[in-house]
Write a protein that binds this ligand. Structure first.
Ligand code: C2E
Ligand code: MG
Ligand code: MG
Ligand code: MG
Length: 283
C-alpha cells in the first residue's frame, strides 16, 4: 500500500463512488506532476453559428489523462489547483497547446478562417496584471491570431476586483482579443456589470437553455437576456444545447452561437483536427 491508496474506511465513507475518493486524494503535487508530464490536455467543444450551422470555434476544456483513472474532469482537480495557484500555469498550458493544435489543423491558413478559441481563465488569474504579458507571449510564440481568441471569465472576478478586471479587459482588447462572460445568469448577474465592463460575448448558462423549453418564466428571462445583448451589440453563445427543440427559438431571438452535446461533446485534439479538416474539405 502506498499513500495513494485510500484506506478502507475512507472508501466506505465516500458517498459518490470512486471519483469522490480520488478527488479527496488529489493534492497539489500530483497536479503539478501531471502538468509537467503533459497529462493535463485541452479538449475542444464545438461552438456553431446557429443561423448557418457552421462550425465557428471551440471552447477549450481541460482534462487530466490519468494512467489509472482515465479522463479526470475539471471539477475533480480545479478547486485544488485554484487554492494553490497552480491554476494559472494550467490555464496557460491549455491555451498554448490548444493554439498549436488548432493552427496545426488549420495548416498554412492566413488566420481569417481559423476557428476561434474560447479559453477559460480562473478569476484569480484574470485579476493579476501579469496575465496580459503571459497571454501575449503565447500569442507571439504560437502565432495564434489574437482576433480569434476569446477569454472566458465569470462574474465573480468583476465583483471581487472591479478595477483590475476593467484594466485587464481593456488590455485584452489591446491585444486584439475579446472577453466572454461565462455562465451568465447564474451569479450576481447585475446588469450594471454589462454597463461598466466592455464585455464582447455573453455565454448564457445551460440552466436557462434547458429551462426555456419547459418553463415560460425561464423562457422570458432568456428572451430578455438576448434582447439586452442585442441592444448592447454583444455576441451571445447559448451553452448546454442538448436537443434541437430550442435551436429555432434561440435563433429567432437573435442568439448567434450555440454550444452543447447536440453539436458535439468536448473532444481531444486529433478529433478536433479531423473536424476542422473535414469542414475545410466541404468548403
Ligand atoms: P464552463 O466553462 O461553463 O464549461 C462548460 C461545461 O459544460 C463543460 O464542463 C462542458 O463539458 C459542459 N457541457 C457542454 N455542453 C454540455 C451539454 O450539452 N450538456 C451538459 N450537461 N454539459 C455540457 P467541464 O468540461 O466539466 O468543465 C467544467 C468547468 O470547469 C467549466 O465550466 C470551467 O468553469 C472549468 N474549466 C474547464 N476547463 C478549464 C480550464 O482549462 N481552466 C479553467 N480555469 N477552468 C476550466
Ligand atoms: Mg467556459
Ligand atoms: Mg460556461
Ligand atoms: Mg456553464
Amino acid at each position: 500500500r502506498t499513500d495513494d491508496v485510500p484506506s478502507a474506511s475512507l472508501e466506505d465513507s465516500a458517498e459518490g463512488g470512486e471519483g469522490d475518493v480520488f478527488s479527496l486524494l488529489i493534492d497539489d503535487l500530483k497536479i503539478r506532476q501531471a502538468l509537467a508530464e503533459g497529462a493535463l490536455e485541452p479538449f475542444f467543444q464545438p461552438i456553431v453559428e446557429l443561423g448557418s450551422g457552421r462550425l465557428a470555434g471551440f471552447e477549450t476544456l481541460v482534462r487530466w489523462r490519468h494512467p489509472e483513472r482515465g479522463l479526470v474532469m475539471p471539477a475533480d482537480f480545479i478547486p485544488t489547483a485554484e487554492r494553490s495557484g497552480l491554476i494559472r500555469a494550467i490555464d496557460l498550458h491549455v491555451f498554448e497547446r490548444a493554439a498549436r493544435a488548432v493552427l496545426a489543423a488549420q495548416g498554412a491558413g492566413n488566420g481569417e478562417d481559423t476557428p476561434f478559441l474560447s479559453i477559460n481563465l480562473s478569476g484569480s488569474h484574470f485579476a493579476s496584471l501579469d496575465v496580459i504579458d503571459q497571454l501575449a507571449a503565447i500569442i507571439e510564440d504560437t502565432g495564434f491570431p489574437p482576433q480569434r481568441l476569446k477569454v472566458e471569465i465569470t462574474e465573480g472576478v468583476l465583483v471581487a476586483h472591479p478595477e483590475r478586471a476593467l484594466a485587464v479587459i481593456e488590455a485584452i482588447h489591446g491585444l486584439g482579443a475579446q472577453v466572454s462572460l461565462d455562465d451568465f445568469g447564474t451569479g450576481y448577474s447585475s446588469l450594471s456589470y454589462l454597463h461598466r465592463f466592455p464585455i464582447d460575448v455573453l455565454k448564457i448558462d445551460r440552466s436557462f437553455v434547458v429551462g426555456m423549453a419547459e418553463h415560460p418564466r425561464t423562457a422570458a428571462i432568456t428572451k430578455a437576456m438576448l434582447q439586452l445583448a442585442g441592444a448592447l451589440g454583444l455576441q451571445v453563445v447559448a451553452e448546454g444545447i442538448e436537443t434541437d427543440g430550442v435551436v429555432p427559438r434561440l435563433r429567432d431571438l437573435g442568439c448567434h452561437y450555440g454550444q452543447g452535446w447536440l453539436f458535439g461533446r468536448p473532444m481531444p485534439a486529433d478529433a478536433m483536427q479531423r473536424l476542422v479538416a473535414s469542414r475545410r474539405a466541404v468548403g
